[in-house]
Design a protein around this ligand. Structure first.
Ligand code: PMP
Length: 277
């Protein structure tokens, strides 16, 4: 399966990454993960808009226009004959000997590849368990940057404690998860953290909120606490790879019945209709 690296479609061994790539020394770059359903890139425009915002706010000049990047990704999917899977794409600030200031003349480096990772049908169906954990990340969680060490640490803490995900909170206020957004249902109202600087503005989150509106489910984009989470009727995560996955317990306590709930299931069914042919 081919990669796109800098200017060309190449085999993995043709990816001549250097340690001088600022992604390596500083995590100085941005990325996107796209889902491919039926050979088509899902919500491509929304991902492109987010990429543009991440790039602008970290002051990386994209090495290609958004349209050209779109063409590169489409070509990559075609060349790799990808039907169902994901595209990973990152853009780093460029290559230069290690020094904090932006290099005067460095060309941003685009790397993209595809995977054949399938939809996680078992957990979508059966749900997952989570623990709560303090959100110790910086104050620009809305930027999709390569600096994922806090997310990596949080995810591993979950796995070490025998659950699949963490619900991050700042002083008791729930933000999101290590690689997904988080929503609860209470008295048929859907609550999720507002799309500000403290969370990633998930593409799946936006799709699910649109679907909820269409289903006449009331949506409240307001912060809620761990206590309110424990009193909720349902909870679920949203993300490009996890789609809509029920969260059955948090810190060992069942949310609602401790089973996947009716609002979650309704949103899952509607979500599937957004990519089914
Ligand atoms: N929050 C975080 C921290 C993420 O890394 C992600 C992406 N995996 C999400 C939320 C979900 O965003 P999206 O729906 O765009 O995949």
């Amino acid at each position: 399966s081919l990669y796109f690296y800098k200017t060309d479609f190449v085999e993995k061994k043709g990816v001549n990454l250097t340690p001088d790539d600022r992604g390596y020394y500083f995590g100085d770059g941005i990325y996107e993960v796209f889902r491919v359903y039926n050979g088509r890139i899902y919500e491509q425009q929304a991902h492109m808009d987010r990429l543009q915002k991440s790039a602008a706010d970290v002051r990386i000049t994209l090495p290609y226009s958004l349209e050209q990047i779109g063409d590169i990704l489409t070509k990559l999917v075609q060349l790799n004959e990808l039907v169902e899977g994901t595209i990973y794409m990152q853009i780093t600030r460029g290559e230069a000997p290690r020094a904090h200031p932006f290099p005067a003349e460095a060309t941003p480096v685009l790397l993209a590849y595809t995977t054949e990772v399938k939809r996680p049908l078992t957990t979508i169906q059966n749900g997952i368990h989570a623990i709560s954990l303090e959100d110790i990340r910086w104050l620009r969680c809305d930027l999709k940057t390569l600096n994922l060490l806090p997310n990596v640490m949080a995810k591993q803490t979950a796995l070490d404690r025998g659950v699949q995900e963490v619900v991050l909170h700042r002083n008791g206020t729930v933000t999101e998860c290590s690689a997904s957004n988080f929503m609860i249902v209470k008295d048929n109202v859907l609550y999720t953290h507002p799309a500000n600087n403290l969370i990633l503005h998930g593409i799946t989150r936006a799709v699910v909120l649109r679907l909820a509106n269409a289903l006449h489910i009331e949506v409240q984009e307001v912060p809620f606490t761990l206590e309110q989470l424990q009193q909720a009727d349902e909870a679920f995560i949203t993300g490009t790879t996890v789609e809509v996955t029920p969260v059955l317990t948090v810190d060992g306590s069942p949310i609602g019945t401790g089973q996947s709930g009716p609002v979650t299931r309704k949103l899952q069914l509607e979500f599937e209709r957004t990519f089914a042919l």
